[in-house]
Design a protein around this ligand. Structure first.
Ligand code: PEP
Ligand code: MG
Length: 586
């Protein structure tokens, strides 16, 4: 492959052509400089002036994002402002200036590196995410002190549209990027199911992840062409590549228009099986697209994204307001609110958690909610209150035991009683479902079905835990496949357990957004799917083309297939006679 061509994993479809902005976030070279004792007070004043200048710059960003994206997303900057003004840290820097007669930047760098070492001595993901935020704010202060204003993100404003190139994109960084200017994303780490990728997909931003050495190989300012479908990248594309991309773009656009035409038609197979297609909502921006593409409600509301980037957890009333807004967008359909799925790779600043070597096997999701009533109960109350007027359902993430569901249900009942006693308008109860996303939940599905009102399969985590493959590891990406026979058996088992118990069973993981997998899921008996909003038209189109009988036969054959690639081949062959080839290639 020529050095202009790079290959990664296509995680969010779409073509994009724009100059690259490379986020390096390196500390500038700071010369060791001491000052005469008489200049110490001046250095301390310079330190505070720089801190306030950066805080005001961040506040400007906060206001801009507030106007363009909304309150929730603007709050990411509140946390950064708190970090930059951290009184303990600044007192340490002042002391160093005074005691050693150092310049403000020399002392600041010294303290920043000290803190960095303390942070980096952990492999903990939460610390890593915060370290990235912390470094970003510290670099800004250092650059200000050194009169260097070559801020990477400032380059975002130089071009009408850019492609961001980074080592790793955390969910936190992804939500704070300015969507109007963001043509695409490239990162060295990450896969199809890392949360930053899910966010990019939900927001319809073309993205390629798992690109080795991207930061080194792409020079800032160079034009880059990315295909978020195939994962291919051309740096400084030549005329032929641009022409090929233009042709491809026109083709895909035409197909998109055809697909969107089906948005308001029923999602019924040619042999009369109706599939309910709902939308996954991570950020408020997605509500409108989901509604426009005919989502029949929200099948997965990822509430933890309300917390990302905030200095404090959202209050009960703030949550209520958000839930009401979503309920109002889908007045005739259910909204399934997933209780906080904090932990794993989602460690917002407002969420204090002890460092752990294996966060995905650690204190996350329902475990956090049950242990920390002060986090969980306000959310429960907000849900019960919105449920007084809307069709609201609740689902619990990462369940592994029946007693977790019983404990959560008891909390819902207690809060409902308390609200009733206090005369607050609220529902007396809401349907409570279980997310089936661990092998334990699959094995215990028959018993869980006795305490759950419905099941929703989270195939991202289910694949990760079944195959023991980290969902975010670019290195293991080829091993992470929901078409693995082990995952297929699990999916079959859950569908059967749900139907034997007579409870609704759906899928809300990324599998439900992939056309070929949809065919498999329908064949296994899943007739409710919750889909990333941009994928709704193509999923609906597929449902309308392939008879359910064909899906069932394909699913039966897939269950017999020995390997993931054989499963994919079975599905491809089944789709071939009914579905436009362009859709399968998508
Ligand atoms: C899943 O695990 O499939 C899921 C839907 O939840 P999340 O991707 O938010 O972990
Ligand atoms: Mg999950």
């Amino acid at each position: 492959m020529s050095s202009r061509k790079l290959q990664g994993i296509g995680v969010s479809p779409g073509l994009a052509l724009a100059p690259a902005v490379v986020l390096e976030w390196r500390f500038p070279e700071v010369p060791d400089r001491s000052v005469p004792p008489a200049a110490v007070a001046g250095e301390i004043a310079r330190l505070h002036e720089a801190v306030e200048a950066v805080a005001s710059y961040l506040d400007g960003l906060r206001l801009r994002v507030l106007q363009s994206a909304g309150l929730e997303e603007s709050r990411i900057f509140e946390a950064q402002i708190l970090m930059v003004r951290d009184p303990d840290f600044l007192a340490g820097v002042e002391q160093l200036i005074r005691q050693n007669n150092l310049s403000a930047e020399t002392a600041f760098e010294f303290k920043a590196l000290e803190l960095r070492v303390a942070f980096s001595n952990t492999t903990n993901l939460r610390m890593r995410e915060r370290l990235a935020d912390l470094s970003a704010t510290q670099i800004r202060v250092l650059r200000h002190l050194m009169n260097r204003h070559d801020d990477d993100l400032a380059a975002l404003r130089e071009y009408p549209q850019v492609i961001i190139v980074a080592h790793e994109l955390s969910p936190g960084l992804t939500v704070q990027l300015d969507r109007d200017r963001l043509a695409g994303l490239i990162s060295e780490e990450g896969t199809r199911t890392s949360h930053a990728a899910i966010l990019a997909h939900s927001l319809g931003i073309p993205a390629v992840m798992g690109v080795s050495d991207a930061v080194e190989r792409i020079t800032a300012g160079t034009m880059v062409l990315i295909d978020g479908q195939t994962g291919s990248i051309a740096v400084d594309p030549d005329r032929d590549e641009l022409e090929a991309a233009r042709v491809q773009q026109t083709r895909r656009h035409k197909l998109d228009l055809e697909l969107e035409g089906a948005a308001n038609q029923p999602a019924t197979t040619p042999d009369g099986v109706t599939v309910t297609l709902m939308g996954n909502v991570d950020l408020p921006d997605e509500i409108e697209l989901a509604a426009r593409y005919g989502a029949q409600g929200v099948g997965l509301l990822r509430t933890e994204f309300m917390v990302v980037g905030r200095a404090q957890l959202p209050t009960e009333d703030e949550q209520l307001e958000y839930f009401r807004r979503i309920g109002a967008a889908f007045p005739n359909h259910p909204v399934v609110i997933r209780t906080y799925d904090l932990g794993g790779d989602k460690f917002p600043v407002a969420f204090e958690a002890p460092p752990e070597p294996n966060p995905f096997l650690g204190w996350r999701s329902i475990r956090v909610c049950l242990d920390r009533p002060e986090i969980f109960r306000p959310q429960v109350r907000a849900i019960l209150r919105v449920a007084a007027d809307r069709r609201i359902q609740v689902m619990l993430p990462l369940v592994t035991r029946v007693d977790e569901v019983e404990a959560a249900k008891a909390i819902f009942s207690e809060e409902a009683e308390r609200l009733a006693r206090a005369g607050v308008r609220a529902a007396a109860a809401v349907p409570i479902g279980v997310m089936v996303e661990t092998p334990a939940a699959v094995v215990m599905a028959d018993r869980l079905a006795r305490v759950a009102d419905f099941f929703s399969v989270g195939t991202n985590d289910l694949t990760q835990y079944t195959l023991a493959v980290d969902r975010g590891s670019a290195h293991l990406a080829s091993r992470f496949t929901s078409h693995d026979p082990a995952v297929l058996r699990m999916l079959d088992q859950v569908a059967r357990a749900g139907s034997e118990a007579g409870i609704p069973t759906s899928v809300c993981g990324e599998m439900a957004s992939e056309p070929l997998s949809v065919l498999l899921l329908v064949g296994l008996g899943y007739h409710t799917l919750s889909v990333a909003p941009p994928a709704l038209p193509r999923v609906k189109w597929l449902v309308r083309q392939v008879p359910a009988s064909v899906c069932r036969t394909a699913a039966a054959m897939a269950l017999e297939a020995p390997r993931a690639d054989a499963v994919a081949a079975v599905l491809r062959a089944a789709a071939q006679d009914f579905v436009d080839k362009r859709l399968i290639d998508l």
